[in-house]
Design a protein around this ligand. Structure first.
Ligand code: NAD
Length: 366
C-alpha cells in the first residue's frame, strides 16, 4: 500500500474531455502499473465511462494522477476514507486494480457503499471469496464484472467463433503456455511472489489466460484434471509461490488440454488447438497487442480480425451497458468463481498426486 508512482508511467498531458450525461463515473482503487499504463488511458475511448475518483495510499501519487486526469480534489480518497464514497454521487462504480489477495475485501466494501464493481482478474484467491463477492453483489443489487479483457479482443472472439464453427474439425488437443522469467525479487518487495496476495503465483496471474482459452476455445468444462507444481529450493522468488504449474485436462468430448505456466522460463504466451481437420495457432494469444493467429488445414491462412487495442474500452463498454441498460455481462462473477474452482482443483490434484474428478460447474467430486 502507498507505492510511489511507477517510473515508466506516462500521464496525460491534458485532462480528458467531458463525457455524455449518462457516463458511468468510476473510482479507481489501486494506482499501480496496470491501472496507470493500460486501463486509465483507455477510459477516453469508452463510450460512457469516466474516471470520477481515485483511491491510493500515497498522497503524492493522488495529487499527480488526480491533476493529470482532472479528478476533483475532494474525489481523491485514501484507503482509510474509502467508506465515504457511499455518499459521493459522482461515483457509480468501483474498478478494483489491487493485488489479487485484496480483491474480495475491497469489492465487498464497494458493494456496501452501494457501488457497482469491475474487478481485475483473477477474481480472488479462493472460490469461497468469490462466493462472498457474488453474495455481496446480490445483496446490494449492484453489478459485478471480472475484467477478462480477451472476451472483448478481436482475435480471441474470432477464435471462439471459428472453433464453434469447427474450422479445425472436432477438437482433440489444446495446448496453452504462459511464461516469463521473473527477475530477482522476494515476497517483501513484490506482491506477485507473496502467497497471501498472489496465491500460488503464475497460474493465478498469467496462466489464467491459458485456463480461460482452454474453456472458451473448446466450449467445454473439464471432467478431470491432473496437475504438478514445482518450487525450487533456495530461490527467494519462490519462497512462497510456485515456479511452474502444469496440468492436463480431459473434456467430456474426449478432447484433452495441456496447460503450462511458469515464472522462471523465457517469455511465451500461446494457445494451440488441434482438431481432426486442422489446427488453430494463436501466438501470442492474449497479449495487450501484437496478436498473431493462423488456421492450418485445408485452407491454411493467417487471420487478422481487428485491432487488439479495442479490448480495453470494449470491456468498459460492456460494463457500462450493464449498469445503464441492464445488458448481459459477458464475464460475470460466476465466470470468475468457475475459474477459481478449476485453479483449486489444479492445486488439489498436484498436492494429492492424483487425478481430480469434476462436476460440470467445476466443483470437485468426492
Ligand atoms: P502493481 O503492483 O503495479 O499495482 C498494485 C497497486 O496496488 C499499487 O499501486 C500498490 O500501491 C497498491 N496496493 C495497495 N495495497 C497494497 C498491498 N497491500 N500490497 C501491495 N500493493 C498494494 O500491480 P498490477 O500489475 O497493477 O496488478 C493489479 C491487479 O491487476 C492484479 O489483480 C492483476 O492480476 C491485475 N492485472 C490485470 C492485467 C490484465 O491484463 N487484465 C494485467 C496486469 C495486472
Amino acid at each position: 500500500m502507498g507505492q510511489p508512482l511507477p517510473g515508466n508511467v506516462r500521464l496525460p498531458s491534458a485532462p480528458p474531455g467531458r463525457k455524455r450525461s449518462d457516463s458511468v463515473g468510476f473510482a479507481i482503487v489501486g494506482l499501480g502499473g496496470y491501472a496507470l499504463n493500460q486501463m486509465m488511458p483507455r477510459f477516453e475511448q469508452a463510450e460512457r465511462a469516466h474516471i470520477a475518483a481515485i483511491v491510493s495510499g500515497n498522497p503524492e501519487k493522488l495529487r499527480r494522477v488526480g491533476d493529470a486526469y482532472g479528478v476533483a480534489e475532494d474525489a481523491r480518497y485514501s484507503y482509510e476514507a474509502f467508506e465515504k464514497i457511499a455518499s459521493d454521487d459522482r461515483i457509480d462504480a468501483v474498478y478494483i486494480v489491487l493485488p489479487t489477495g485484496l480483491h474480495a475485501e475491497w469489492a465487498i466494501r464497494a458493494f456496501a457503499a452501494g457501488k457497482h464493481v469491475l474487478c481485475e482478474k483473477p477474481m480472488a484467491l479462493s472460490s469461497a471469496d468469490c462466493e462472498r463477492m457474488i453474495a455481496a453483489s446480490r445483496r446490494a443489487d449492484r453489478k459485478l464484472m471480472i475484467a477478462y479483457r480477451s472476451h472483448f479482443e478481436p482475435y480471441n472472439l474470432e477464435a471462439m467463433k471459428l472453433m464453434q464453427q469447427k474450422a479445425a474439425g472436432e477438437i482433440r488437443l489444446v495446448r496453452t503456455e504462459q511464461s516469463y522469467r521473473m527477475g530477482p525479487t522476494s515476497p517483501s518487495e513484490n506482491w506477485r511472489t507473496s502467497r497471501a496476495l498472489a496465491g500460488g503465483g503464475p497460474l493465478e496471474d498469467f496462466g489464467i489466460y491459458g485456463l480461460q482459452s482452454a474453456l472458451y476455445l473448446t466450449g467445454e468444462m473439464p471432467e478431470s484434471i491432473s496437475a504438478t507444481t514445482f518450487r525450487p529450493a533456495g530461490d527467494a522468488r519462490f519462497a512462497e509461490i510456485f515456479a511452474h504449474v502444469s496440468s492436463q485436462w480431459r473434456f467430456p468430448s474426449g478432447a484433452v488440454a495441456q496447460l503450462v505456466t511458469s515464472y522462471d522460463s523465457a517469455g511465451t504466451n500461446f494457445a494451440h488447438v488441434r482438431g481432426t481437420l486442422g489446427a488453430l495457432i494463436m501466438d501470442p494469444a492474449t497479449s495487450y497487442s501484437g496478436q498473431k493467429m493462423r488456421l492450418e488445414g485445408q485452407n491454411t491462412r493467417d487471420l487478422s480480425p481487428g485491432d487488439p487495442a479495442v479490448q480495453f474500452a470494449g470491456q468498459l463498454n460492456n460494463f457500462t451497458d450493464a449498469v445503464r441498460d441492464g445488458a448481459t455481462i459477458r464475464t460475470p462473477g460466476e465466470m470468475g468463481l468457475r475459474d477459481l474452482r478449476l485453479i483449486e482443483a489444479i492445486y488439489a490434484s498436484a498436492e494429492a498426486g492424483r487425478t481430480v474428478r469434476l462436476a460440470p460447474d467445476g466443483r470437485r467430486r468426492s
